[in-house]
Write a protein that binds this ligand. Structure first.
Ligand code: CMC
Length: 397
């Protein structure tokens, strides 16, 4: 059959047709450019990650999460006055409407916090329903509202499911310190807040990954920003994406002791089972974020006493690198973040919601960029199904 020929009616004789024969089909869109972006850059061979041209190492060392969000969304580092204004706006919008809290009271306590967060993000659209995507003030207000309120949503659900009262955000604390304060119901040390802030920076943006792609696809329909973020949260939740950090701890718990590592890794390889926290579509060396997170984990554990999983994680990294390094499989961002969060007293099922709060910086930057040169996403498909089948009456099926 020639390309472009009218499909035959007999399904048995119908070959698969690519409507664009010059464009090969790439499962998972691997290597296919889907957008043009100025927001971040990754070099998977060199292990390089830059936000708006600045290496992430320099930002984790010197910046704050709120400043990084400003950089990602508006494209340049803020002046002191711009940063003060932005921080002050975010600081003063941390509270949730009582109706959102009432809605959360009806959520099942055993539900996953990512589902709660997705529902709450989408619900913001009910309360702030005005949509003015070409108004810079509307964009700024939506950015501020989402950045300010999402940590409170995560913490409120966490407390409510334990039967505790919701906690009032503290305007006197920095973004990271207030988030930790709300999660743990106690003010964190300066050191803990600094490390948590660096974790948020490291998770803030990572080019056109699955959830960011989701955000851009949703944004391209010109829907409201709350729908954009809700769709991205839903995409981040899966174990192949943001959900991996939670599974890393389950895996370390399951392995238990260092003498079981080799057998575990060999068994995973033999069963073609993925080892959580390893591998990346882009990085073929150790993820630069994992390098920094490991350093931060080390600092934290040295200051606050060791961590029962850290030595196990180091040995697991050595074994996996030894067995799978040839394939470019090394630790990714999710491998060490869970260890740090656990040490900070955060329950494992909140790791991915925290990732979502951090990734808001990137999602909102991509939302804004998509609006700037929008065309609705509408790829094509290669139809592999039947044609021209007769409708079978119910009684004959
Ligand atoms: N453990 C063992 N083998 C692996 C792993 C792993 N974690 N990751 C990839 N491989 C192997 C895979 O079996 C395959 O081998 P072969 O060529 O012999 O069939 C090869 O490497 C390529 O794997 P793939 O699944 O085709 O690679 P991908 O680019 O589609 O997947 C990934 C990337 C991140 C989904 C995958 O590495 C994975 O599932 N890792 C575990 C989950 C994880 O840690 N996810 C967090 C990703 S980073 C943060 C984020 O994006 O949210």
């Amino acid at each position: 059959m020639q390309v472009g020929e009218v499909p035959v009616q007999n399904p048995a004789q119908n070959p698969v047709q690519n409507p664009m024969p010059d464009v090969p089909f790439k499962p998972g869109l691997e290597g296919v450019p889907a957008v043009q972006s100025k927001i971040s850059h990754v070099d998977g061979q060199l292990g390089l990650l830059e936000y708006r041209g600045i290496p992430v190492e320099a930002l984790a060392e010197n910046s704050s999460f709120v400043e990084v969000c400003y950089l990602l969304i508006w494209g340049t580092l803020p002046t002191q006055t711009e940063l003060d204004d932005f921080e002050s706006e975010v600081r003063h919008h941390r509270r949730l409407k009582y109706r959102i809290r009432d809605m959360m009271k009806c959520f099942p306590e055993r539900g996953h916090p990512m589902d709660a967060l997705q529902s709450c993000a989408a619900a913001l659209g009910l309360f702030y329903s005005r949509r003015a995507l070409d108004d810079p003030e509307y964009i700024r207000a939506a950015v501020v509202r989402l950045l300010a309120k999402m940590p409170t949503m995560v913490a409120t659900f966490s407390l409510m499911r334990k039967g505790h009262d919701w906690v009032m955000p503290r305007d006197d604390l920095s973004y990271a310190a207030n988030f930790l304060y709300m999660l743990n119901e106690e003010e964190p040390s300066i050191e803990a807040a600094r490390i948590f802030d660096a974790c948020l920076i490291l998770h803030a943006e990572h080019t056109i990954n699955a959830s960011t792609f989701s955000a851009r696809v949703t944004a391209s329909t010109l829907t409201d920003p709350y729908g954009v973020v809700a769709s991205a949260v839903g995409t981040l939740a899966g174990p192949l994406h943001g959900g991996a950090n939670e599974e890393v701890l389950e895996m370390l718990e399951y392995i238990g002791t260092a003498d079981r590592i080799e057998a575990y890794v060999d068994q995973c390889i033999a069963n073609r089972q993925k080892i959580m926290g390893f591998g990346h579509r882009v990085y073929k060396v150790k993820d630069p974020r994992a390098v920094i997170l490991q350093k931060l984990a080390c600092e934290l554990f040295e200051k606050q006493g060791g961590d029962r999983f850290y030595d196990l994680a180091i040995k697991l990294e050595e074994t996996v690198s030894d067995r799978l390094g040839g394939k470019g499989i090394y630790p990714n961002v999710d491998f060490y973040s869970g260890l740090i969060y656990q040490h900070l007293g955060i329950p494992a099922d909140l790791f991915t919601p925290i990732f979502a709060v951090a990734r808001l910086g990137g999602w909102l930057a991509h939302w804004k960029e998509q609006l700037g040169e929008n065309r609705i996403f509408r790829p094509t498909q290669i139809y592999t199904g039947h044609h021209g089948l007769a409708y079978e009456p119910m009684a004959e099926r």
